[in-house]
Design a protein around this ligand. Structure first.
Ligand code: ATP
Length: 240
């Protein structure tokens, strides 16, 4: 089976500081993968190496069997790798709908952009706010808009970076439902999340990073019961 993503021997240093690697990691098509690890573990660095924001010092990234190591971020996005950001920054002066017309403008094969924007809003449950100014959105609605924006490129892989931070339990459930529906529609999802119960509930497989290394991989249950993970991650959490 062709993997959706295949990372081999990825390494990244900042000056003399080794932030990541070497890391090998695969993502299967339509998989739900959780990435956990304490602050500074290298999760964001890894994601930046996947999206092309950072150029790793070593290693390769394959997407659907194609070597994309040399591609720029917008080229990777066009192929089908999308990322939603933890802190959404919508165009405040624009309506919710207009915010989605911006990324859709980059797509040449969408005939009716407004209709597509409304479909995207519907898929995240934000269609009733289409005409409202984006500055009037609640935290939860901003997260939904951020997901809709990431989906405008019709991704095959969505990297959700702390999409639920700061939300209440019922709001977390809503975001999880949206991500689950997306996954059912054929999008592989990488969830980077500090909210343990959410990432454990969502993910078919969880990998844990610490000091730039992948230290454990398994089902949510296996990872929750893994002694090394408990030491570096859950151990640390209980001191917060
Ligand atoms: N541009 C940079 N220059 C120097 N050091 C960096 C840079 N980006 C990240 N680092 C360092 O690399 C390490 C890994 O950081 P990274 O942001 O990838 O961790 P993380 O797992 O995403 O953490 P968090 O959960 O807090 O977001 C950290 O020690 C961080 O200080």
């Amino acid at each position: 089976m062709t993997t959706a993503l295949s990372l081999r021997n990825i390494e990244k240093s900042f000056g003399v500081f080794k932030a990541l690697g070497p890391v090998d990691l695969d993502l299967n098509p339509n998989e739900r993968l959780g990435i956990i690890g304490p602050n500074g573990a290298g999760k964001t660095t890894l994601i930046n190496c996947i999206t092309g924001v950072l150029k790793p010092d070593n290693g390769t990234v394959h997407f659907m069997g194609k070597d994309i190591s040399h591609l720029l971020p917008h080229e990777r996005a066009r192929l089908g790798i999308a990322r939603s950001f933890q802190i959404p920054r919508p165009f405040i002066g624009m309506s919710v709908l207009e915010n989605l017309l911006v990324p859709l403008d980059y797509k040449h094969n969408v005939h009716n952009k407004e209709q597509r924007a409304l479909e995207l809003l519907q898929s995240v449950g934000l269609h009733n706010r289409a005409q409202d100014p984006s500055g009037s959105l609640s935290q939860l609605e901003l997260r939904k808009l951020e997901l809709a924006r990431a989906l405008a490129s019709d991704p095959k892989v969505l990297i959700a970076d702390e999409a639920m931070a700061g939300l209440s339990d019922t709001e977390i459930d809503e975001v999880l439902d949206i991500l689950m529906r997306l996954n059912e529609s054929g999008v592989a999802i990488i969830m980077i999340e500090h909210i343990m119960h959410a990432v454990m509930r969502f993910s078919q497989r969880v990998v844990c990073f610490d000091t730039g290394q992948l230290i454990a991989a398994g089902t949510a249950n296996e990872i929750a019961n893994n002694e090394i993970v408990q030491k570096v991650y859950f151990g640390e959490q209980t001191h917060h």
